[in-house]
Design a protein around this ligand. Structure first.
Ligand SMILES: *Cc1c(COP(=O)(O)O)cnc(C)c1O
Length: 401
């Protein structure tokens, strides 16, 4: 991993040596997110994609308010999945029309809040459509809605499939014509479609194919729309490398392919704003999780570094957040970056479960108690995707640098 420079053997986050940053944080474990790296990532994306593509941030990837605040000045909109995230989003300068809420099982309270706020509701079912219409009527406000479509295709090489087949997300593409007929009779402002097919994809060909199929599906479905499509959310899916052998995604062919597909889409859906929604691609590589070595032991020929951080703060790095086969996240001894590798080591946390494993038989330099362990690629699905209260250990803190 090369996004953070090394000076005198110390990892630098936004120009601050890691040991100094730990002092500034006032504690380990902590998460640090690099503001400049987030800014650069958005710029990189804008350079690679046609300018017609609007970039939205999916807040669930990293809902730290300071991060969301920073992104408010960089991206074109936010996508959220709860009223809690809605609060964070509305506390920024992002206008409500640029915010949408997805997710199955929206409660009455969430729908009321979303409608009162004037954000777009991505409808996940026919029942939710009726519920939104009734709620709008009670409030005297016409809800802005888009229909989330469960596509009639899926994506072979996605880390996480979220479309195709039977799903709790969205409405099956084949049910959309009937749904839209009913929608046109309800007091709802229809603005378009949200088509989400998957996540964590590192294969440009697969992403290009998904874009092509998504455009085709949107055009097919638009024939049944009660009004012109104003918004077409084509999903996100861009992945980041986590494991050995994985490479950063080359956006060039993806951008070129979108530029090729856009003219015909624009002819058929001239009013549509085209949106891609991304979480981990924007913030994942900008974050690290840092914990401290408390004890070192040997057991039957293997070495164990025992830290004060673990799966209660970083479930994904322990391999328990949707991985089929456990692989190590990139890990370093952050204050000994220039030291030579001295054999294989395990890094574990303090929890009384063998699942609390941060590195399994990894090649690392000699480390001592007090040294800092850094886990890269931790800017997304880190702290808030972890069972923080498990074993009642102290909390981590988060800083944006
Ligand atoms: C989770 C989610 C995303 C973000 O996925 P990433 O892999 O973090 O880019 C985008 N859109 C929807 C609807 C989601 O549920």
């Amino acid at each position: 991993m090369d996004q953070f420079p090394v000076i005198n053997g110390e990892l630098q986050i936004s120009g601050i040596p890691i040991t100094q940053l730990a002092e500034r944080a006032g504690q380990t474990p902590f998460y640090a997110y690099d503001r400049q790296l987030i800014t650069e990532r958005v710029q990189h994306l804008r350079n690679a994609l046609p300018e017609e593509i609007h970039i939205h941030y999916a807040i669930k990837a990293n809902p730290m308010p300071a991060v969301v605040q920073h992104l408010a000045g960089l991206v074109d909109g936010f996508d959220l999945a709860s009223a809690g995230e809605m609060k964070t989003a509305l506390d920024t300068t992002m206008p409500a029309e640029k915010i949408s809420m997805a997710g199955p099982g929206k409660t009455d309270k969430e729908l009321r809040q979303a409608i009162a706020a004037g954000i777009t509701i991505n409808l996940e079912s026919e029942g939710e459509m009726r519920h939104a219409a009734q709620t709008g009527e009670k409030l005297g406000i016409t809800p802005r809605v888009a229909v989330r479509v469960n596509p009639d295709y899926d994506l072979k090489s996605s880390g996480m499939k979220m479309g195709g087949g039977p799903k709790q997300f969205g409405v099956d593409a084949e049910r959309i014509p009937t749904m839209l007929k009913e929608l046109s009779t309800l007091g709802l402002k229809f603005i378009g479609f949200h088509i989400f097919w998957g996540s964590q994809n590192l294969n440009p060909e697969a992403i290009m194919e998904a874009h092509e199929k998504t455009f085709d599906l949107a055009i097919r479905l638009s024939e049944h729309a009660p009004s012109a499509i104003q918004s077409l959310n084509i999903g996100g899916g861009l992945g980041i490398p986590y494991f050995p052998g994985e490479k950063r995604l080359d956006l060039t062919p993806i951008g070129e392919n979108l530029a090729r597909l856009l003219p015909s889409l624009q002819t058929q859906l001239p009013k549509a704003e085209i949106i891609t929604e991304l979480g981990r691609y924007l913030v994942g590589e900008a974050g690290i999780y840092v914990c401290k070595i408390i004890d070192i032991k040997e057991s039957r020929g293997e070495k164990f570094l025992i830290t004060n951080g673990g799966l209660h703060h970083h479930l994904a790095a322990s391999g328990n957040f949707g991985q089929v086969i456990r692989k190590n996240y990139p890990v370093a001894i952050a204050n000994k970056m220039d030291s030579e590798i001295l054999g294989t080591t395990n890094i574990v946390g303090p929890l009384c479960t063998p699942l609390d494993l941060l590195a399994n038989k990894m090649e690392l330099p000699h480390a001592e108690t007090g040294d800092l362990v850094a886990i890269y690629q931790s800017g997304a699905y880190g702290y808030t995707a972890s069972p923080e209260r498990f074993l009642s250990q102290p909390m981590a803190c988060e800083i944006l640098v």
